[in-house]
Design a protein around this ligand. Structure first.
Ligand code: SAH
Ligand code: SF4
Length: 401
């Protein structure tokens, strides 16, 4: 009689797909995941509450630490799911304490290679701001923005957006009882090290509306990450039809990348202006829900030498914004390899700021941070492009950059 010998898996077989993570999921998605492992419907709400509390209040990274969840359920969870965050490819720390992470996301669908995004943390004495990405690349091509030269690879999923917050809190020890990082001297003084979130990393967040909205729901959940919506700011290049909807459905603070006061110039700098010109954009701003003097819209204005930085432009800017509860943020242009603009001179920025100041807008110039690690606005592509695959293997650099 012939003996059957077990046949080993063919060498070409792909490694098993990593277990899907629960870290960063919304309450609804968590309930769904619990359903998949047979948790009865009437128990799911309570279980979701437990999971959220462990993942988002305590930051646990192992199901074993969830001590009020039965052993049996913990092992069923661990069989099917993980609590992984996005994979960190590199971490850079600037001399001013700014941290930048290059993150690799799992390959999905038609992705040809693992997509990468960047997340930046900017500490100040009284606050810590996390700048997160909403897309891999961007479909828009603002002429001064490095991300805009990269095609859109894909939208981020809600858990990949929340995952950036969880990862950053892990790295800077921003969980109850966590050990602070080696170089913690520049972290803010309060208990929470991440107090503000800005959707100003890679991508146009209003072109990934639902996923960004769901992610911000997780971020603002009072029984979870508990960020105040007044400390979450979405920045948009001006996707007019989605602005009011964002206000109604998400209700965070809003920043508008204005950058020019005439349509002709804005058409060139921020090409979405051809579709939604300045007047329509400002009308949408006027109607943004919940605007008051305590809840103003931030208007971002990048300072480009000889392009948009004349004092006539400054006066027109102030005139255009009259009647809108607004803050003005002048951003020194951050050059990148191949960019065709120069940043306005410091003198010109000051003269421009004076006009804006005299109209009643306080401290309008944004201090550039993390320049030594290319972490500034609009530079979030260069570093990932510069890094070769062989260099990426380098261990995380905790200390200096
Ligand atoms: N896509 C969104 C959010 C990401 S960009 C938006 O455009 O608003 C975040 C901010 O950085 C925007 O105001 C953008 O105009 C600005 N920015 C882009 N490139 C820049 C550069 N090279 N220097 C300074 N600011 C830049
Ligand atoms: Fe996209 Fe914003 Fe860059 Fe414009 S400025 S290309 S919208 S990321």
């Amino acid at each position: 009689m012939l003996q059957t010998t077990p046949v080993s898996a063919p060498a070409t077989e792909l490694p098993p797909a990593p277990q899907p993570t629960l870290a960063g999921l919304t309450r609804a998605a968590l309930a769904n995941a619990l359903g998949q492992i047979g948790v009865p419907e009437k128990q799911r709400r309570m279980r979701v509450g437990q999971l959220s509390s462990w993942m988002y209040v305590r930051g646990v990274r192992s199901f074993d630490d969830m001590t009020d969840v039965s052993k049996d359920l913990r092992s069923r969870l661990a069989e099917r799911f993980s609590l992984e965050r996005p994979e960190i490819v590199s971490e850079q720390v600037s001399i001013d304490g700014t941290r930048k992470w290059l993150l690799r996301l799992p390959i999905r669908g038609h992705d040809r290679r693992a997509p990468e995004i960047e997340t930046v943390y900017i500490p100040e004495s009284d606050r810590g701001t996390l700048c997160i990405s909403s897309q891999v690349g961007c479909t828009l091509s603002c002429s001064f923005c490095h991300t805009g030269t990269q095609r859109l690879v894909r939208n981020l999923e809600p858990h990949e957006i929340v995952g950036q917050i969880l990862m950053a809190r892990d790295r800077i020890g921003d969980w109850p009882g966590a050990t602070p990082p080696e170089d913690s001297r520049l972290l803010p003084e309060g208990d929470r090290k991440i107090t503000n979130i800005v959707l100003m990393g890679m991508g146009e967040p209003l072109y990934n509306f639902e996923n960004v909205r769901d992610a911000m729901e997780v971020a603002a959940d009072g029984d979870g990450l508990s960020m105040s919506k007044r400390r979450i700011t979405l920045s948009t290049s001006g996707v007019v039809p989605e602005i009011g909807r964002w206000g109604a459905e998400a209700g965070t603070m809003l920043a508008i990348s204005l950058h020019a006061v005439r349509d002709e110039l804005r058409d060139e700098l921020v090409p979405i202006n051809r579709k939604y010109p300045i007047k329509e954009l400002l009308d949408a701003c006027r109607n943004y829900p919940g605007l008051t003097n305590a809840r103003r819209i931030t208007f971002e204005y990048v300072m480009l030498e000889g392009i948009n930085d004349s004092l006539a432009d400054a006066r027109e800017l102030v005139r255009l914004l009259a009647g809108i509860p607004a803050k003005i943020n002048l951003i020194p242009f951050n050059p990148w390899p191949g960019s065709s603009y120069t940043c306005s001179s410091w003198d010109q920025i000051e003269r421009f700021a004076d006009v804006v100041n005299r109209a009643g807008y306080a401290s309008p110039v944004r201090t550039p941070r993390g320049r030594d690690i290319l972490a500034a606005c609009g530079q979030l592509k260069s570093e990932s492009e510069k890094l070769r695959a062989s260099e990426r293997g380098a261990a995380l650099t905790d200390g200096g950059s």
